[in-house]
Design a protein around this ligand. Structure first.
Ligand code: ZN
Length: 168
């Protein structure tokens, strides 16, 4: 039997041993979040049904040309705006990261792993160096979460996003 994880639990069947509720994972409630697991609670009596581990995907990818990666602020264009909002996008079937300011692409680089969140942080630090107090928001695309399906990672990303755009 396939093991149930956070990435497939929504279609799996669960039974609550407290009240007898039966149903699909998508109907359950999410309980407490720990570093390794998330609790799944009963939607009827709210008792804990089970705990699910976070899944980690580590697909093998081709190596990429490291010289094409953003490494320092000087590689980024100057932008004449008081408030700079940057969108972080994953494109080209997941093998490309692009940065947009409004409709203008300001950066693109290949990516060799599905760990987009790690790269989101690294690039965010460089954007902060470049645009400083004018860096007004740093919006991740939805697919950044696809291979990082841990709720605690999503929460960390949210805090990082807030911290990076905070005015000093
Ligand atoms: Zn119950």
């Amino acid at each position: 039997m396939m093991s149930i994880t956070l990435s497939n639990y929504k279609e799996a069947e669960f039974t609550c041993h407290s009240c007898g509720w039966k149903g699909l994972g998508r109907e359950t409630e999410m309980g407490e979040v720990f570093s390794e697991v998330v609790e799944i609670d009963c939607p009827m009596c709210h008792d804990n049904i089970t705990s699910l581990p976070f899944t980690r995907f580590t697909p093998v990818r081709h190596s990429i040309d490291e010289s094409k990666l953003l490494k320092n602020a000087a590689q980024l264009p100057d932008i004449a705006a008081d408030e700079i909002v940057i969108n972080f996008n994953v494109g080209d079937m997941g093998s490309l990261i692009t940065l947009f300011h409004n409709d203008t692409e300001i950066w693109r680089e290949p990516t060799s792993t599905y760990k987009y969140m790690d790269r989101y942080y690294e690039i965010g630090d460089i954007l902060k160096q470049k645009y400083g107090g004018r860096f007004a928001d740093y919006i991740p695309c939805q697919s950044i979460y696809d291979y990082n399906d841990s709720i605690s990672e999503a929460i960390s990303l949210g805090s990082y996003r807030k911290s990076i755009i905070a005015r000093e």
